[in-house]
Design a protein around this ligand. Structure first.
Ligand code: MLT
Length: 307
């Protein structure tokens, strides 16, 4: 069988398959598509298209309804990049608590200062931070990434509160009973020093299920003054205007996000990076391998398995 792969991701995983897979520029002839983050909503889907594999967790760049109408199977790679994202979230917690970036930039501006001792003396108090040990972290969304973040934060001495409407309380306790205290979203908002969101983007009229702009004026009001919010999941989970207002007033002390936007990216209390969560060699490799295996299994054996 001949496969045409569109937009093969750079991960080394694909190299494993280059002998079996015939890459071509001609999207219109594609039988299968392997895509990372490129938005496919406005693309004309090829007539032959049988399957799309999204090398990543979120499928909001895929036209799911159009695919369902045309009988195109859509795969994603849940969990394959979870460790990469988890590590960056932990870095985000630390960056929000210790002004490492400020310290590095400052050392560079004063590098003509003749003595290291003077530098250290000046910088020590200027960049004093806080420790995360003993602080409360709220994890909204206990999927592959949320659970890894919860475990890692717990090992760093944080008290972790978790919420997820799609797993039962029993399951949540069984998964990580010593680690995550299951709470409502409202309890998380009211009690946590840090809140990190790890849900897919879901637009639903039921507010317990809806995640679109779940961080907004109303929910921010319920949070502690000086809360630190992290978003490494999806841009639209947070209302841009409302987070900007809350950052200006200091209600939200810091916003750490993998989705920079023009409104907030330059603010002093924002740490914004260009969607790097899954951008590690290992995560790209894992996603590529999982996606290609799923596609092969479907095309060659008719199996539809998402892992
Ligand atoms: C994901 O949904 O897993 C991420 O968006 C992955 C990526 O950065 O490609």
């Amino acid at each position: 069988m001949k496969y045409n792969c569109l937009n093969p991701i750079a991960g080394v995983g694909l190299n494993l398959f280059t002998e079996q897979y015939n890459k071509t520029e001609d999207f219109n002839e594609a039988d299968i598509v392997l895509v990372r983050s490129a938005a496919m909503h406005d693309m004309e889907l090829p007539d032959n298209l049988k399957a799309i594999a999204r090398a990543g967790a979120g499928v909001n760049n895929i036209p799911l309804e159009k695919c369902a109408e045309k009988g195109i199977v859509v795969f994603n790679t849940p969990g394959a990049n979870a460790n990469g994202v988890k590590e960056l979230v932990i870095a985000g917690l630390l960056l929000a608590s210790r002004d490492i970036v400020g310290g590095i930039n400052w050392v560079q501006t004063v590098k003509d200062d003749p003595t290291v001792a003077k530098l250290v003396e000046k910088g020590k108090s200027k960049f004093a931070g806080k420790e995360i040990q003993g602080k409360k972290l709220g994890v909204i969304g206990l999927g592959a990434i949320g659970v890894l973040v919860a475990n890692a934060a717990n090992r760093l001495g944080m008290t972790v509160y978790g919420y997820d409407p799609f797993i039962s309380v029993d399951n949540a306790w069984n998964l990580s009973r010593d680690v995550v205290h299951v709470k409502t979203r409202e309890e998380i908002y009211a009690e946590c020093d840090y809140i990190t969101v790890h849900t897919p983007l879901i637009e639903d009229t039921d507010p317990s299920v809806n995640t679109k702009e779940m961080i907004n004026e109303e929910t921010i009001k319920q949070m502690k003054d000086g809360v630190i919010i992290l978003n490494f999941a999806r841009d639209l989970l947070v209302n841009d205007n409302d987070i900007e207002v809350a950052l200006k007033s200091g209600k939200v002390a810091k916003y750490v996000t993998d989705f920079p936007n023009a409104k907030t990216a330059n603010m002093e209390n924002v740490i914004a990076i260009p969607h790097l969560g899954a951008s590690t060699e290992e995560s790209e490799d894992n996603c590529a391998v999982m996606a290609v295996k799923q596609l092969m299994d479907y095309m060659e054996n008719g199996n539809i398995k998402n892992s």
